[in-house]
Design a binder for this molecule. Structure first.
Ligand SMILES: [Zn+2]
Ligand SMILES: [Zn+2]
Length: 137
């Protein structure tokens, strides 16, 4: 997600009505580095639009992912988290605080091709205990 105006236009092009509720969802995601789940986004939007349904929030997130404005992370079992940063980057999940963080191991990985397969996108998940939780022990 680089530009809100482009994002709204793409939503319209995909046939979704751009309502104030949907704008609110996009705004929650813009610049968000916490990788929120659909539940978290739903609870956040509900504060301003109490009548919004979870289905509406979920549908909007699915469409945003389909049009490439956000990416879906399947790092937590049985959960989907969303990331407005669609540049290829890697994620770390802490089993203690259950936070998902961006990690940049070594040099930025820049894969274009593996064994003749063209790479268009990729996600690498790392699991363990984050630096904050390690300090608490
Ligand atoms: Zn942690
Ligand atoms: Zn991320």
């Amino acid at each position: 997600m680089e530009n809100l105006k482009d994002c709204f236009q793409k939503l319209k092009d995909s046939g979704l009505k751009v309502t104030p509720q949907r704008l609110a969802i996009v705004k929650i995601l813009e610049g968000n580095t916490c990788h929120p789940s659909a539940d978290k986004i739903y609870n956040e939007v509900k504060k301003k639009y109490p009548m919004i349904s979870f289905a509406t929030v979920y549908k909007t997130l699915k469409v945003l992912a389909e049009i490439g404005e956000i990416q879906q992370l399947k790092i937590v079992e049985k959960k989907v988290n969303f990331d407005p940063n669609t540049d290829p980057h890697n994620h770390f999940f802490c089993k203690k605080c259950r936070e998902i963080r961006d990690v940049f191991p070594g040099k930025k990985i820049n894969l274009k091709e593996i064994d003749g397969h063209l790479i268009e996108k990729y996600q690498v998940y790392f699991y363990g205990i984050c630096s904050k939780c390690r300090k608490q022990n």
